[in-house]
Structure formats: C-alpha cells, structure tokens
Design a protein around this ligand. Structure first.
Ligand code: G1P
Length: 288
C-alpha cells in the first residue's frame, strides 16, 4: 500500500559503546547478522514500507556505511566472471534500493540532535525515523504499520513494545490511554526514568513517524538524560499543541547494539535460514 510517508531518516552516528572494542573502528550498524549488516535490514524495512528517499545520519569514521550502499563495479565484474550469480544479484540489489543520502552529525549530542540534522532533507512533510541499530521482525514492516496509522490520525506516532516493568527505565517510556486495539494516545513521555520509577511498561521501540514541527521542538529541547538532546523530550513538547500516538506493534525488536541481543539475533536468524538452520539447530542441541 502507498502512504504519504516517502522519506525516512536513519540515525547511525552514535558510538557503539556497549560493544567496544568490537565497534571501535567497525560501526555497530555494520555488524553482520547472518549475512547482512544491520543497516541493510533497516534500509530494506524502509523500502518495503514505501520509502523512496533515505537520509542516513553518520559521524566521522563511519564512511563504510556509505561504501556498503555504493555500486562496486570491480566486485560485480569479478562475481560475473566467476559465475557467482547469487552473490552478484545480492550486491546489485543494493544499487537501486532507494535514493540514499548522508549527512554528518559532527558532535554526538544525542538522538534528538541527530534527527535535527535531517531538517533540510525532510522539508514540510511527515517522515519516518528508523534507528539504525535496531532490526524489527514483523509480518508487515513496522514502518509501514506506522505510516498506515498516520494516515488515520495525522499526528506523530511512535512504535511501542511491552517490556517487564523492572527494565522499563532503560527506555523511553510511554504513558497513554488506549484508543483502540494496539493504539494509545500519549499523556506523558519520559526518557529513561529513574530505576524503579517507571509509570508504564510500554516503551519506545525504535521506529517513529513524525511531523516537521518536531524540528522547532528539537531546537528548544535542552539536554536531558545523559546530558543529551533526547528525541523523546522533543516529542513530549509536541503534546502541548497536538496529540501524539503510540502503536504497540506485533513483532520482535532486536537491538543489535548490545552483546546479548547481538548473539541472540544471529542465532535466531541462523536457525531460520534454509542453508544453515538445520545444522545450527543440531550443533546447539549437542553443544548445550
Ligand atoms: C533510544 C531512545 C529510547 C528508546 C530506545 C530503544 O535509546 O532514546 O527512547 O526506547 O532507543 O528504541 P538508546 O537505546 O539509544 O539509549
């Protein structure tokens, strides 16, 4: 289905501190899950959701993200000569995924500040934000789910996930009233509340459809948790003049920027893979 949302912003400028030293020279968004870097899963979700224009926010040293989506004629020629058609197809498919542009966030001042770097690219239309280190598995791509919800409510909508209340403080927390199945109207949004003080177990899960007034709000957002400009704080500001919705999606979120999830995601994707799934299952059974 075609929706009004055709532009997406993918913040990928942050340091991958939870996976150091692995992510010192290798961006966490380029870590491979099965046979593709995380960022490719994210871009593919955007494309499958009807997005045609993508802005990836990077920082100095993360240029390899650009290299991944840039055509590589020498590699294509080599694969062609060697008759490696499957690999050639996989490489070529990257060339025409979408119109991908890049912008630098020069100082790591937070997710909100990263999104602010997209103002010129976005212009005056609603747009999607997909966190570059998070893979979402869902029957219908999550960004498309949000874009469809946006068509109905014409207000910002963020993806939500239920987590055990005891770990909700690790996330942006959404407090709201249920409007209908899966849809909540926000009453309070809190970025990483103090431990044990979370008023809700519905948390922000890495996908957003936002309206361009977010940029004005971001310009007025003071540094919050971790002394960073938080996107959640700017979205909360929008609630002064419009509604903000949350969509509790059906699917799984894999935050590949931490050790446990990175390993789990690889195992899960490996088990589902036709080529190696059966052998991996057998190996795990014998090994454990
Ligand atoms: C970011 C957001 C937070 C959200 C989380 C997971 O936090 O600021 O609201 O819950 O992603 O999507 P981070 O994990 O970058 O600290």
């Amino acid at each position: 289905m075609k929706t009004k949302i055709t532009k997406a912003v993918i913040p990928a400028a942050g340091f991958g501190t939870r996976l150091l030293p692995g992510t010192k020279a290798q961006p966490k968004e380029m870590l491979v899950v099965l046979d593709k870097p995380v960022i490719q899963y994210v871009v593919e979700e955007a494309v499958q959701s009807g997005i045609t224009d993508i802005l990836i926010i990077i920082s100095e040293g993360k240029e390899v993200l650009k290299t991944h989506f840039r055509p590589d004629e020498a590699l294509e020629k080599l694969l062609e000569e060697k008759g490696k058609h499957k690999e050639l197809e996989a490489i070529r498919s990257l060339n025409h995924l979408a119109n991908i542009q890049y912008v630098y966030q020069h100082e790591q001042k937070g997710l909100g500040d990263a999104v602010l770097c997209a103002e010129k690219f976005v212009g005056d239309k609603p747009f999607a934000v997909l966190l570059g280190d998070t893979i979402i598995e869902a029957v219908k791509p999550l960004t498309l789910q949000l874009a469809e919800v946006y068509e109905l409510i014409e207000n910002p909508v963020v993806s939500l996930q239920e987590v055990p209340l005891v770990i909700a403080h690790r996330y942006g927390v959404f407090v709201g009233d249920k409007v209908k199945e899966r849809l909540f109207s926000g009453t309070e949004l809190i970025e990483k509340p103090p431990v044990g003080k979370s008023p809700s177990n519905l948390v922000f899960s890495g996908r957003y459809v936002l309206t361009p007034d977010i940029f004005e709000a971001l310009r007025h957002t003071k540094p919050g948790v971790n002394n960073e400009i938080q996107l959640t704080d700017a979205i909360r500001m929008l609630m002064a003049h419009r509604k903000v919705y949350g969509w509790a999606f059906d699917g799984k979120r894999h935050d590949v920027g931490n050790k446990l999830d990175f390993i789990k995601t690889n195992v899960l994707f490996g088990l589902k893979n036709k080529e190696i799934g059966e052998e991996l299952r057998e190996w795990l059974r014998l090994e454990l």
